[in-house]
Design a protein. Sequence first.
Length: 95
Amino acid sequence: MKRFVACILVIPCLLSHTPCFGHTFSGRVLDAESGGPAPGVAVYLTGNRVGGASGGDGRFTLDAPRAGRDTLRVRSIGYSERILPVTVPGSITVR
């Protein structure tokens, strides 16, 4: 019975397009020289311990469990790592 109840609570979060945590941080990663989108860049909120990668258009969205100040780490092969102070919920454009 406990497993069944856990599945009922988790599955709606997995199937919905709304964030399960309630705090969304989004942004776009652009190449500093060309100004074009930078796809496949790793983005990570260190305090919330959530991360992902930018899409083909350079955009990303992270669902965070906690609101407030955090640190965004942006990394990609061939580029310098960027570490930026941010506030969740919020958004940013990184070049």
